[in-house]
Design a protein around this ligand. Sequence first.
Ligand SMILES: Cc1cc2nc3c(=O)[nH]c(=O)nc-3n(C[C@H](O)[C@H](O)[C@H](O)COP(=O)(O)OP(=O)(O)OC[C@H]3O[C@@H](n4cnc5c(N)ncnc54)[C@H](O)[C@@H]3O)c2cc1C
Length: 267
Amino acid sequence: MPDLHMVVCVKVVPKSEEIRVDPETMHLIREGVRSEINPPDMNALEMALDLKDRHGGRVSLLSMGPPPFETYLQAALAMGADHVYLLSDRAFAGADTLATTYTLAQGIRKLGDVDIVFCGEESADGATGQVPSGLAEWLNVGQLTLLTNIEMDLKRGVARGHRELKGGYEILEVPLPVVVSVTTACNEPRFMDYRIKPWAFEAGRVTVWTAGDLDADENHIGFNGSPTVVSSLAEAPSRERKKQFLEGSPAEIAQLLLNVFREDLPQ
Ligand SMILES: Cc1cc2nc3c(=O)[nH]c(=O)nc-3n(C[C@H](O)[C@H](O)[C@H](O)COP(=O)(O)OP(=O)(O)OC[C@H]3O[C@@H](n4cnc5c(N)ncnc54)[C@H](O)[C@@H]3O)c2cc1C
């Protein structure tokens, strides 16, 4: 089989402490917030780079988002990926998961010879977890979700995924090409390689594709391709934490504590 070509879908998300929603538009506020690469996407990238270390091949990064994402993607490139593609066009704005997966799938189709598409299990902001399965549907290929590890049998052209279950694990085998989602913190992402950092941050290193480059159907992208409507927004009430100060000697406090436990714990 020719060299493995792996694509890692990478989303740039607001840092978790800065995630806020505009109550008027019901959209996430992305302007003026500090961002990072979605943490599980770093685990997906590590899994792909580890396969590259063991079997050779190449790793491409793929992201959909605005031009300021480039710098974050270049940092991921400096971890050892080979190429980076950013799908960026005003026509992609307002995309729900259906339009997002269509657009990413068109990018993967344009790359042409992809064997494995890696994703994180979910994003830190939208957190639907729908993108990996959506991609598999648009691309009409198999999927291995929520993996903690992957092995390749390149002679047979199959990927063998390892998925943790309650009290055990299962091994799933799927012929290539396949879409894989990776659980958060299943491995330890490597640091940026400072020898390749200057190359990764060279101007023009990120290939930007617009809707025209993707030959995308305008009915499937952005607002036009998004049937989802966010009809209302509600803040989850934060419950006051119960607290009680116990006074007395250590023995009295211990007795009082025992009484509290007896009252509060279900019998
Ligand atoms: C009505 C509506 C309008 C929206 N408008 C906008 C908008 O204008 N701009 C905007 O940025 N978002 C918008 N969103 C959010 C957008 O739909 C989601 O960001 C996107 O569909 C991904 O969904 P998710 O975050 O739940 O991904 P999940 O399914 O939770 O992500 C799983 C994995 O998929 C991959 N992935 C997800 N998104 C991307 C991406 N963009 N690029 C590369 N890989 C990815 C990553 O590997 C990630 O770990 C809108 C959502 C709705 C419902």
